[in-house]
Design a protein around this ligand. Structure first.
Ligand SMILES: Cc1cc2nc3c(=O)[nH]c(=O)nc-3n(C[C@H](O)[C@H](O)[C@H](O)COP(=O)(O)OP(=O)(O)OC[C@H]3O[C@@H](n4cnc5c(N)ncnc54)[C@H](O)[C@@H]3O)c2cc1C
Length: 413
């Protein structure tokens, strides 16, 4: 078959970073998306880029906490009523991953993708003139109850064991660090040595432009299906098709519907999240701050103060729950009493989530030339640059089995 560029299907931050890493290795690359690069899930996240966010979502005891989270007035966890039938299998796999030994194994795999995140983003942004889109930051995990946070909790112990710089601080120290934060917060855990994106959408745009300068062909194209040919692949659109020897599927939560007609069924769900962004916030914070009870992260970004969070399991295409806007406004005001909440921008996005918090990376078994790179759930922004490197390793036949085995599609097939 004729040489054709490696085709990256889906230009979220994961696809963009894959295209960039492949082009940096001198490969010919085509990046396709049905809309503007980086403007789906990758646009509206909380902007956390951390070498230390390698703790999976299912922790020991989660089965006891989940009902309370669903009933809490803060609504950090929601399962939409019509989604329960699909949730049961996924939920039981999720709970099965919550033992301490599994959490420790998953943390090792996640660390492989998270550890170089800040350094790789800085390298990617270097020379673009937009280096300041990344800011050094701590993660301030603030609690309303002074007795709650403890560095003995498993998620902090694992970080400490792996060299993390963490500190438990009192209310006074917290308010010196972040004067705009309400004095309803009585203690916090600081996770130091990380970064935050001041505009995830703009970073995606800048890195797409960088990829284009390196020769990546960015094409506006909606794939209705992918079909294996005697040689290579055909990517079908509404009126035309594209041919490719190799496809890297990076379509986030929508990857599932492109794979299922091939008989590849993976437990990928849409874990929907929301943000509210206040352009004229009137207050500024210095770090990423999480309200631990509401599971909401605030960050001062280029376009104002953004509060992002919630885990709402539901159909990817269901309409946003408009009641979230009021709830987020109340939660934002609770965190920052002096915040001006005029005319906020309301957004909903879909985390592509597997029950073990790991993405699938690598060849799709039984389908030569088809590679998966999706399912980064809560961690896709920070895991994207290393995912790009891993996928470039796969395409060039250099992937180290020791590091990538944990991400194989085969674990679900
Ligand atoms: C509220 C919230 C807060 C978050 N906070 C953080 C955070 O602080 N840090 C962090 O690391 N992560 C965070 N995340 C997670 C992160 O945003 C995601 O994991 C990440 O954006 C996933 O990127 P992606 O490229 O896989 O998917 P997407 O950004 O969804 O990109 C998929 C792309 O594929 C395209 N596509 C889909 N189907 C087709 C098709 N048929 N044809 C052509 N194109 C197609 C889409 O148009 C889209 O551009 C957060 C998520 C949410 C919702």
């Amino acid at each position: 078959m004729e040489e054709s560029p490696v085709t990256v299907l889906g230009a979220g931050i994961v696809g963009i970073c894959c295209a960039l890493s492949l082009a940096q290795r001198g490969l010919s690359v085509r990046l396709i998306d049905r809309s503007e690069p980086g403007q789906a899930t990758s646009y509206g996240n909380a902007g956390i880029i951390s070498p230390w966010s390698f703790i999976p979502m299912a922790l020991p005891g989660i089965w006891k906490k989940a009902p309370g989270m669903m009933l809490s007035a803060e609504r950090p966890l929601v399962v939409r009523p019509d989604f329960w039938p699909r949730m049961l299998g996924w939920g039981s796999q999720f709970l099965a991953n919550s033992s301490e030994s599994t959490v420790r194994d998953l943390a090792v795999a996640m660390a492989y993708l998270c550890t170089p995140s800040v350094q790789l983003f800085r390298q990617h942004l270097h020379g673009t003139g937009h280096e300041t889109l990344l800011s050094d930051s701590w993660y301030v995990q603030a609690s309303r109850d002074a007795s709650k946070p403890t560095l003995d909790a498993l998620e902090y112990r694992i970080r400490l064991e792996r060299g993390g710089d963490l500190e438990l601080i009192t209310a006074n120290e917290l308010h010196r660090l972040e004067p705009a934060l309400s004095d309803e917060f009585k203690a916090a855990v600081l996770i130091k040595g990380q970064a935050r994106a001041l505009s995830p959408g703009k970073i995606a745009q800048v890195l797409t432009e960088k990829a284009q300068e390196l020769g990546v062909d960015v094409i506006h194209f909606e794939a209705t299906s992918i079909q294996q040919q005697p040689q290579g692949w055909s990517i079908q659109g509404a009126t035309e098709s594209l041919q490719a020897n190799e496809i890297i599927l990076c379509a986030g939560v929508w990857s599932k519907q492109l794979l299922e007609p091939l008989g590849v069924k993976l437990p990928l769900v849409a874990e929907r999240g929301y943000h509210l962004e206040f352009a004229n916030a009137g207050v500024t914070i210095n770090n990423s701050i999480m309200d631990v009870e509401a599971k909401l992260v605030a960050s001062s970004m280029k376009n104002g103060m953004r509060l992002a969070g919630a885990a709402e399991f539901g159909d990817a295409e269901a309409l946003p729950d408009e009641r979230r806007q009021q709830l987020l406004t109340r939660q934002a005001k609770f965190m920052f009493p002096d915040l001006s909440v005029e005319q906020p921008a309301f957004w909903m996005g879909r985390r592509p989530s597997f029950p073990d918090s790991l993405p699938v990376l690598g060849p799709v078994p039984g389908f030569d030339g088809l590679f998966a790179a999706f399912g980064h759930s809560h961690f896709g922004l920070m895991m994207a640059p290393q995912t790009g490197e891993v996928m470039a390793d796969f395409i060039s036949g250099q992937a180290s089995q020791e590091h990538v085995a944990a991400f194989s599609c085969g674990r679900f097939l």
